[in-house]
Each structure stands twice: as structure tokens, then as C-alpha cells.
Design a protein around this ligand. Structure first.
Ligand SMILES: [Zn+2]
Length: 436
């Protein structure tokens, strides 16, 4: 039986609760491309829904994770690490145990205690917040982690990176006052907008996800309506078109979901912003206000790219493996026309590496220049080196999109590429943006 679509903390929506119709074959199927491009694979001995990442896929993932951490650092987030296990009591307090246990792995008995693989990061972060006293001056306190979590998906619905049992979640929790919620939610939407531009992806729509009928939502009508009004106001002021959808909220609160659509037209949630009055109360969180009294903070759950697995699956399908240059596993391929240019090619490659670029040399032993260019068709920059270029310390650059630039000094070309990569630029080339 296929589980019903449902959304919870960022992780839930991030790892796949849109209807999947496995019969359809998208234009780019990330499972097929993932295998062909040596990005990731699975093995029955490891298990269904437990993909492993090959070196090129690991490079994409690592680069994506570093982009997220950098964006979060600049936005005032502090990163933490927390364990992927927790005692059953932790999830009884958070409410996951009573509202969400169908999606959790069975607990492990350990010396009279029960330990579970965590279904979300929120309870750990609430406990970390609670471990220290906080003044109103520290708020908003933004806590981020790219951390592991687990979901007991049935094997029948597993596939590639979109439905997995072990999830790496781009998660963050902002502890703030009620007055700060709108600004923080707006700032999160802006981070999401920038990330999508850098990643070359588009939101298909924004959704205000509300509770539906049934007992899977915590009962607190007044809190639901306050949180919903806050998010609705943020969306109204943002000018973004959105639709309200009942039955898509997390069990503890409403959320803004940013939906993306794959090549086959299937929609899924990548990013979320949620307002939560429930968990701060369950964990008895507080801060000391200007009045010296204890006050309850609000908790905003937000994810820029959702789960790393789902984000990379979407990027593979969106770009057909031709990732934005800053994400590409290999960014520059150096193509010496003959053996004679090999030393020059090594020198160009060394300078690329010094600039932090990921580079490979594809020499004549790999076939004709045309064949090597075809083989490197997903590499954004192809630096061709003939006798004339090698003698002048020039390279003739070909771009992945077919554009060819006249031969010019190698240092100039490499500096421009490095500047575009550092800026997470969407375009492959810009004459005036990079310094000459
Ligand atoms: Zn959360």
C-alpha cells in the first residue's frame, strides 16, 4: 500500500510526499542519469532506499552543502551537530510518537531504554536551545544543521534519490519572539529565492499548507489560526502568488511550501517555512524578556533545499546532468590537441587547481578532439590547447553551450571562470562581470 501524501517538518515534505506514478518516464530520469554519470547508485545488499554516492555525486552534494552553509552563515545562522538517535521519550514530548510513528523505524531496545532513529531534527534543536539560558537580546536565535534523519518508507515506493529511508536534511530552527516571525519568514523566503537562482531551478508555485480533517494534527485551534494568519500575511506582502491547501500542514503547525515540478510534470516540495507554537510549549522553552520575566519563544522551521537527496535528484533532472558551473563535478577539461601540448595542459590544469577549480585533462590517447569534446559535453568549460596556444600561453575556450571564444591568455580565462564560479553565477560566461 502506498502511503498517503503528507507533510511534516521540512524533512517530510523534502523527501517525497507528492503522488508518484512510476510508469511515466520523464525526459530526464535522475535514476538513469545518476547511474550513467556515476553520481550515485544502490545495491540490494545495502538495501532499498539507501543509495550511496559515487565521487562525482559526492562532489555535487558537498558543493551544494557548502553553498547552503555559506548562505546560512551570512544570514546569521549558527551551525550545530546533533545525533541521529534519540530516546523514545524525546519524540513522545515532541508529539512525533503519537502523530508520526507510522513513518518512524521501530525503536531499538537498549539496556531497558528504547532508542529510535530520528524522524526529524526539531526535537534535538529544541533540547539544545533549552540547554542554555537565553535573553531576549539573543533572539532571533538561528540554529542550523545539515543532519541525518530516517523514514521507514515502504520498499514499494522507493526509487533513486526522491524517496529514501536515510535522509540528509538542510534544516534550521529560528527561536524568536512573535514580533520577529514575519521578518524571519520573509528572510527565509528570500534565501530560498536566491538559492533557486544559483541552482538554476524555479518554483512552480507557493502553497500555504493548512491542516485538514482528522486526528493527525495537534489540537490547538487558537495557535493554528495565529500561525496561519502570520504566514498568510508574509505571503500577501511578498507579492508571490500562492494557493492554500488543506491537509498538507505539519502536525504541529501550518507552513509555506515551495513546490517544484519535474520533467514529467510531477510536483514535489523542496523548501518550507513553518511557524510552530506547539513544540516550544512541549519542551517548555523560554527566554528572559526585557521585563525580567520568562516568555515563550516561537519556533520557525525552515529549509532552503529540503533534503539533499531530493534537491540533487531535482537538479539532475532539471539540468540533464549539465549542472551550473559552480556545482559541476568537473568544471574545466583541458584538451591538448597533440602529445606535444601535454606539458602545457598540465600547467593549465595546475593553475585551475590553484584557483580551486575542479579540472581534468583529456589527452589525445582518449581519441580525436571531436570525440573528446563530445565526451566532455557536460563539462562547462573546455580549454583547447594547440601548438600556437601552448607557445603563447593562451587557451581557446569552448563553452558547454557550444559557444567558442577566441584564444586569449590562459590566466585571464581562468580568472574569469574562477570569478563566475565563486559568484555561483547562472551564466557560463560574462565579459564584463569578471575582472580582466
Ligand atoms: Zn523542524
Amino acid at each position: 500500500m502506498v502511503k498517503k501524501p503528507r507533510g511534516e517538518c521540512p524533512g517530510a515534505s523534502a523527501c517525497g510526499h507528492s503522488p508518484h506514478t512510476s510508469e511515466e518516464t520523464p525526459v530526464y530520469d535522475h535514476r538513469r542519469l545518476g547511474r550513467e554519470l556515476d553520481l550515485f547508485d544502490t545495491d540490494p545488499l545495502i538495501g532499498a532506499g539507501l543509495p550511496y554516492w559515487l565521487p562525482d555525486g559526492a562532489t555535487v552534494r558537498h558543493t551544494l552543502e557548502e553553498y547552503i552553509r555559506g548562505a546560512e552563515r551570512r544570514a546569521g545562522y549558527r551551525h550545530v551537530y546533533s545525533p541521529v538517535l534519540g530516546k523514545r521519550e524525546l519524540y513522545e514530548i515532541s508529539g512525533h510518537w503519537s502523530h508520526y510513528s507510522d513513518d518512524m523505524f521501530p525503536p531499538m531496545d537498549l539496556g531497558g531504554e528504547q532508542v529510535v532513529l530520528r524522524p526529524s531534527l526539531c526535537p534535538h534543536h529544541a533540547v539544545i536551545y533549552r540547554s542554555r539560558a537565553h535573553s531576549y537580546r539573543e533572539l532571533p536565535l538561528r540554529m542550523a544543521e545539515l543532519g541525518g534523519m530516517y523514514r521507514s518508507e515502504l520498499s514499494g515506493v522507493l526509487g533513486g534519490l526522491t524517496r529514501v529511508r536515510a535522509i540528509q536534511l538542510n534544516d534550521a530552527h529560528i527561536f524568536c519572539t512573535l514580533d520577529q516571525v514575519a521578518d524571519e519568514a520573509r528572510a527565509a523566503l528570500e534565501m530560498i529565492r536566491r538559492a533557486y537562482r544559483a541552482l538554476g531551478i524555479e518554483a512552480s508555485r507557493h502553497r500555504l499548507s493548512l491542516p485538514g480533517p482528522g486526528g493527525k494534527y495537534v489540537a490547538a485551534p487558537e495557535k493554528w489560526s495565529r500561525a496561519t494568519a502570520l504566514l498568510r500575511d508574509v505571503l500577501d506582502r511578498s507579492g508571490l502568488p500562492y494557493e492554500a491547501a488543506e491537509g498538507e500542514a505539519a502536525f504541529y503547525g501550518p507552513k509555506i511550501d515551495i513546490q517544484v515540478t519535474d520533467a514529467a510534470g510531477r510536483e514535489s516540495t523542496l523548501s518550507t517555512v513553518q511557524v510552530d507554537f506547539h513544540q516550544p510549549e512541549r519542551f517548555d522553552l523560554h527566554y528572559i524578556g526585557a521585563d525580567g520575566a520568562r516568555h515563550r519563544p516561537v519556533m520557525i522551521h525552515r529549509s532552503i533545499i529540503g533534503s539533499v537527496e531530493r534537491a540533487v535528484a531535482h537538479l539532475i533532472e532539471r539540468h540533464g546532468g549539465a549542472f551550473p558551473a559552480w556545482l559541476a563535478p568537473t568544471q574545466v577539461v583541458v584538451l591538448p590537441i597533440t602529445e606535444a601540448e601535454w606539458p602545457g595542459a598540465e600547467e593549465v590544469a595546475r593553475r585551475c587547481a590553484d584557483l580551486g577549480l575542479r579540472v581534468e585533462i583529456a589527452g589525445p590517447e582518449r581519441g580525436s578532439l571531436g570525440a573528446r569534446i563530445r565526451e566532455a559535453r557536460l563539462v562547462p568549460y573546455q580549454a583547447v590547447l594547440g601548438a600556437r596556444e601552448a607557445a603563447a600561453d593562451h587557451v581557446a575556450l569552448r563553452l558547454r553551450d557550444g559557444r567558442r571564444l577566441d584564444a586569449r591568455p590562459a590566466d585571464d580565462v581562468l580568472a574569469r571562470i574562477a570569478a563566475l564560479v565563486a559568484a555561483h553565477a547562472g551564466e557560463l560566461w560574462a565579459e564584463k562581470d569578471a575582472e580582466g
